[in-house]
Design a protein around this ligand. Structure first.
Ligand code: FAD
Length: 412
């Protein structure tokens, strides 16, 4: 890998995460999670916290390291080799923490962000409802004000950590009539009376992360647990989608890298027709193609990290984040799929972890906003810039012999 493009502190964080992943995550943990004999690996989260690896971007004051995205994406890639569940559990403090850090009060940071980063409170984010995830602002879970409390009712599904998290970040309607973008609030909800979890899914992959359905029945949430202002979740959602999608993108790089390494090594050992299979162009070109895709995805993710570090949030940031999420997850899918092809039949068995990585990779194109939703954001933000007419670039449309044939430029 091209270490020379990273700063010494980036390399140190990457190596720390790499060492953690290598030495402190037992193989049995992955197997138990995949077999779902373990439903929620709380100890893993606490171990990460013990190494101060959670929420790297948040200030030291709250238990983070005050680093930037350029550092976090390197750690994410390392954790990504463990597969989607463990990468997601590593990421949740970064995702939920973003909302608390950017929009929360100091009291909320003291009470929630600090313990989350210390591994004393585990978190989940509850956005998706049975009626739909993409149409997020159509959410119907409701929180009605009753004095110093909100009374929360409704249900959320596909919530990673539902089975084990202590704290849920929940989006719910606090205005019955206004359009969704002006009607939803973000609340911090502790596990307690009225909150019930059901384990209703058999998942193709990404198992052992405690994914389930959460019911809220007259849950009393203190008004002090409102993040930002009432009906102000639109802005929080937009901000939270940066870590939400960047963590998917960063994790996908690690997952793809792991699968590619397994397949490339295999191709160097396995023989057919009297020679190593990597000597067949059909095999070695798959390795070359995968490497190229992976390096391109990594470059995009790192470029996006730098853009976020410089701009914070903007239409351009949203476009880059969406491109990264889409491209890195599609790359992971293609790379793992080709890795399985390179391995032949044995790749389809549980003698190698390729089949588990493939099952995990499939989800990445669906969660944290489907890749179709990424396309919506990408083209929307592109057109917004294009049509703003602020470009200082050459007018290339005029570089045609008959460019002045205005009568031929018919648009309607
Ligand atoms: C294992 C797992 C873990 C998850 N973890 C969490 C979690 O922790 N927290 C959480 O809140 N959610 C979580 N999710 C939910 C996930 O983010 C949603 O499943 C995803 O956003 C899609 O929502 P949906 O399933 O309701 O599909 P729908 O929104 O119903 O979409 C169905 C299809 O329609 C397409 N579509 C919808 N609208 C458009 C449009 N405007 N243009 C083009 N295509 C469109 C979609 O791309 C998709 O292909 C998880 C999901 C899974 C499976």
């Amino acid at each position: 890998m091209s270490d020379f493009v990273y700063s010494p502190s980036q390399i140190a964080v990457r190596d720390e995460a790499r060492t953690f992943v290598r030495d402190e995550v037992p193989r049995q943990l992955l197997l138990d999670m995949d077999a779902e004999t373990l439903r929620y690996p709380r100890e893993y989260i606490q171990k990460l916290a013990g190494r101060n690896l959670l929420g790297l971007r948040f200030p030291k004051e709250w238990g983070g390291r005050g680093l930037d995205w350029a550092h976090e994406v390197l750690a994410l890639e390392e954790v990504g080799v463990l597969g989607a569940s463990l990468a997601c559990l590593f990421s949740l403090p970064s995702i939920v923490g973003e909302a608390i850090h950017v929009f929360g009060t100091d009291e909320q940071k003291e009470k929630y962000l600090k313990p989350v980063l210390a591994g004393e409170l585990t978190v989940a984010e509850a956005l998706t409802e049975p009626r739909g995830g993409s149409d997020f602002f159509g959410a119907t879970a409701s929180a009605e004000r009753d004095g110093d409390y909100y009374i929360l009712n409704g249900q959320k599904r596909f919530i990673v950590g539902a089975e084990g998290a202590d704290l849920f970040m929940v989006y719910a309607r606090t205005h019955p009539d206004a359009p969704g973008r002006k009607a939803i609030s973000a609340l911090l909800v502790k596990r307690g009376p009225g909150l019930e979890v059901q384990h209703v899914y058999g998942l193709m992959g990404t198992r052992g992360g405690g994914t389930g359905r959460v019911y809220f029945r007259d849950v009393r949430v203190p008004v002090a647990n409102l993040i930002g202002h009432e009906n102000g979740a639109f802005e929080i959602f937009n901000q939270m989608m940066i870590p939400e999608r960047m963590t998917s993108a960063g994790g996908a790089l690690g997952l793809a890298r792991a699968a590619l390494e397994i397949a490339a090594r295999y191709a160097d050992r396995r023989k057919a027709f009297g020679q190593k299979i990597r000597e067949f162009e059909g095999v070695s070109f798959k390795v070359a193609e995968s490497l190229t895709r992976l390096d391109a995805a990594r470059a995009l993710v790192h470029e996006t990290a730098r853009v976020i570090d410089s701009l914070g949030n903007s239409g351009y940031v949203r476009r880059m984040v969406s491109e990264s999420k889409k491209f890195a997850t599609e790359t992971a899918w293609a790379v793992v799929n080709d890795a399985m092809q390179v391995m032949g039949g044995i790749g389809y068995t549980n003698v190698y972890p390729i089949e588990r990585l493939l099952r995990d990779a499939r989800l990445m194109m669906i969660w944290t906003g489907t890749n179709e939703i990424m396309n919506l954001v990408i083209q929307h933000e592109y057109y917004r810039d294009l049509l703003a007419g602020t470009s200082s670039a050459r007018d290339v449309e005029a570089d045609a012999a008959n460019a002045d044939a205005e009568g031929e430029k018919v648009y309607e």
